[in-house]
Design a protein around this ligand. Structure first.
Ligand code: PXL
Length: 267
């Protein structure tokens, strides 16, 4: 039947080197065998050394992208990545509320691993007010969780506290990523708080590699793909984590400095 094939969308920025942003999302969608559409919010010029220029799409253009997808496709799950500024966040929130694109995974992209800012400072409040309440799943890394909650990262049980606070701020399921094992730095632990109040941790080995660009994008894209395939939030998160771990572990030697992960890897 027409439009039966699982379709998902990434609402995100394009990164010219293919390691992150919507390129990483599309590679993930392809690997997960879901059809991937895109609402492009911004374009950045960059490579494995960093990001060197950026252009934002207009609100009208972004709205047209939503309209064109909504009038032709059956989008079953969506994710957001780089949203750049408050106008774009408001435009994305308005359009997401207008159309049915299924559950939304919000990856609160703020800064890259190189330290390049991808969301302007004044937009935090808009992100919190407009996007968090729409999030079926919110996937902040440690730094983003600190920024969004204002909590001291040294707080005992920081991840659990942050997750509860972010849930009170409107996100239904929260995954606070990246607690490094203090003793020997051999593992990284993510904390997940589900809508029904249950929680669990996911621990994977820490891989000493410079090729980790797009890890967060890939994780949120994999969760989106899994939701688009009809899996529960818990299964989606667990499967996505296993996939990303394989992508890091079975690296690909591309780029001189901070390179991509390997989307072909199968766990
Ligand atoms: O990985 C975060 C990210 C998201 N979106 C875009 C990016 C990056 C990191 O480089 O370029 C467009």
């Amino acid at each position: 039947m027409l439009n039966d094939y699982p379709q998902v969308v990434t609402i995100a920025g394009s990164d010219s080197d293919g390691s992150a942003g919507m390129q990483a999302d599309l590679l993930t969608f392809f690997a997960k065998r879901v059809y991937g559409a895109t609402v492009i919010t911004a374009c950045v010029a960059g490579n494995s050394f960093g990001i060197h220029a950026g252009v934002n799409m207009s609100a009208d253009f972004i709205s047209q992208e939503f309209h064109d997808l909504a009038t032709d496709f059956h989008i079953r799950a969506a994710k957001t990545g780089m949203l750049a500024d408050a106008t774009i966040i408001n435009t994305v929130a308005d359009n997401y509320e207008k159309y049915d694109f299924g559950p939304l995974v919000v990856d609160p992209v703020i800064i890259t691993k190189h330290g390049d800012q991808l969301l302007e400072q004044v937009a935090f409040e808009t992100l919190v007010n407009r996007l968090l309440p729409l999030a079926e799943v919110l996937t902040p890394n440690f730094f983003e969780a600190v920024k969004l909650t204002g909590l001291d990262p040294e707080t005992p049980d920081f991840q659990a506290q942050a997750a509860h606070q972010l849930q009170q701020m409107g996100a239904r399921n929260v995954m606070v990523k990246g607690r490094h094992d203090q003793a020997d730095q051999t593992t990284v632990t993510d904390y997940v708080l589900l809508e029904n109040g249950t929680n669990f941790e996911l621990t994977e080995p820490y891989y000493e590699t410079t090729h980790k660009n797009g890890t967060g994008d890939t994780l949120s894209a994999a969760i989106t793909a899994e939701l688009g395939l009809g899996h529960s939030v818990e299964t989606a998160i667990r499967n996505a984590k296993t996939y990303v771990d394989a992508c890091i572990k079975n690296g690909i030697n591309v780029g001189h400095q901070f390179g991509p992960i390997n989307h072909w890897a199968t766990p």
